[in-house]
Design a protein around this ligand. Structure first.
Ligand SMILES: NCCCC[C@H](N)C(=O)NCC(=O)O
Length: 454
């Protein structure tokens, strides 16, 4: 592919490439919306279906099972390299949509009134309600599609923005994701009060993911056109082709190991916390579902603004390893403050938003410095799979800790031990961030340097 050809391609139009980011940003926002849409409904699920905190934690964590136990994020990356963006993206976004619809069906009146699959779901594991089992199946399928679709979207961004505003585009991509979470925490509590019933909140989320599938189809038309213009398929396949030795090289790279372990512990202290946060505010500060959902949404709203800004900072001034340390410290301080004080959760969630911008904005571009470009797909896939181990285990553990540290019929739940658990994860993450910075002096990857100096 010559430079002249590139200059004439669709990706050279600023409007077109940002329009592409808008399209895939919608798909990502719908993904995050669905992931978070049921968090403000924890108490409603308890009231309607008798969910315990452990049931809710299991529901949150089943998302990660395909990515941890079947290594779906890694395999998805390999499939992506073999089948290409359009077929892989369509397949996995379709899984997401199907899983979202199955989840909504599991909570619906049609299903509960002896609908399709109800008798079957009632015929085994009597300790789990048929509603929970169908919803678990739906979220499992959703998770199977969701993580790989994030890998696909990352590759799409590289395809359109490489050699242009790549880091900033990644920051904006994360801002789309946070917009989805922000909307979920605010819209779900409103939708449960709808006249058509509380399940509208889940149906709305599911249809949003279905709409994302249609939007992805539109994206595919542009992707096809770009490929025809620059014949880029061949080029991407050759740079990203998967070899098993890629994984072994990654597993012997100390910086990659530290950043992956930081990714595991940091995100385990954030996403599972966020899933329980609405219920935490509701119980600790005696607030309404709407208000506690709104406080949870302060976290994504802060990150929508800060993440692209810190991305820009890292591009221009570097300091990525230091920023990961600062983000980890802030995380620990906020979780301990939540555990032991009654300080305003509004302020604390905004401060937590700083941590949740500092670490992602510096972590994801840093991987590109420590790993060969041809291994970046496997690297992100591997990081996602390891990270999902935490996203699987910690929502369940949070639920178990809650159930075991509160009397069965407690009016309000005491979250102190659950918050100590999240703070503990933050402390372990801080150790990995410090090790990463120390290792950077030996490895010379230049994580503290601006993007264009490496
Ligand atoms: N939707 C919640 C889980 C997404 C996890 C995903 N693997 C990830 O790490 N995304 C990066 C981020 O900062 O959201």
């Amino acid at each position: 592919m010559t430079k002249t050809k590139l200059q004439k391609s669709l990706r050279d139009s600023v409007v077109t490439r940002w329009a592409m980011l808008l399209l895939v940003g919608f798909v990502l926002a719908a993904n995050y919306y669905f992931y978070d849409a049921l968090s403000p409904l924890k108490s409603t699920l308890t009231k309607e279906f008798g969910f315990t905190s452990t049931d809710f934690g299991t529901f949150v964590s089943v998302y990660s099972i395909p990515n941890v136990f079947f290594l779906m994020a890694v395999l998805g990356g390999i499939i992506l390299d073999k089948l290409g963006i359009r077929r892989t993206g369509f397949l996995f976004v379709a899984f997401m949509a199907f899983g979202a619809l199955v989840t909504a069906y599991g909570a619906s009146d049609i299903y509960i009134n002896d609908g399709f699959g109800y008798a079957f779901m009632s015929s085994f594991l009597p300790g789990y309600s048929p509603e929970l089992k169908m919803m678990l199946l739906g979220r499992f399928l959703f998770g199977l599609g969701a993580e790989t679709s994030i890998v696909v979207i990352s590759k799409i961004i590289v395809k359109w923005f490489k050699g242009k505003e790549l880091a900033f585009a990644f920051g904006v991509k994360l801002a789309f994701a946070r917009t989805g979470s922000f909307l979920a925490f605010n819209l779900s509590p409103v939708l449960i009060e709808s006249q058509s019933g509380w399940t509208l909140a889940i149906w709305f989320a599911a249809f949003l993911v279905l709409a994302a599938l249609l939007v992805f189809l539109i994206y595919m038309l542009f992707d096809l056109k770009l490929d025809k213009q620059v014949k880029q398929e061949g080029l991407l396949a050759s740079t990203d082709e998967f070899h098993i030795s890629d994984i072994t090289k990654l597993l012997t790279n100390r910086s990659f190991i530290y950043v992956t372990l930081l990714c595991l512990t940091f995100y385990s202290a954030v996403f599972p916390f966020l899933s329980f946060s609405s219920d935490f505010f509701l119980n600790k500060f005696n607030l309404s579902i709407k208000e506690s959902g709104f406080i949870s949404s302060m976290l994504p709203i802060g990150t929508m603004i800060f993440t692209p800004l810190f991305g820009f900072f890292v591009d221009k001034y570097g300091k990525a390893a230091s920023l990961m340390i600062y983000g980890s410290i802030i995380l620990v301080v906020v979780h301990l403050t939540f555990a032991f004080t009654n300080l305003s959760p509004y302020v604390l969630m905004v401060i937590l938003g700083l941590a949740f911008s500092l670490v992602p904005a510096s972590m994801w571009p840093s991987v590109a410095k420590m790993v060969d470009e041809k291994r970046i797909g496997s690297a992100y896939g591997l990081m996602f799979s390891v990270q999902n181990l935490g996203l699987w285990a910690f929502p369940i553990l949070a639920g178990v800790v809650l159930d075991s540290t509160n009397p069965t019929a407690a009016e309000t739940l005491d979250y102190t031990y659950t918050m100590i658990m999240f703070a503990g994860l933050g402390i372990i993450g801080l150790v990995f961030a410090l090790l990463l910075k120390r290792e950077d002096k030996v490895s010379g990857y230049g994580l503290e340097l601006p993007s264009n100096s490496k």
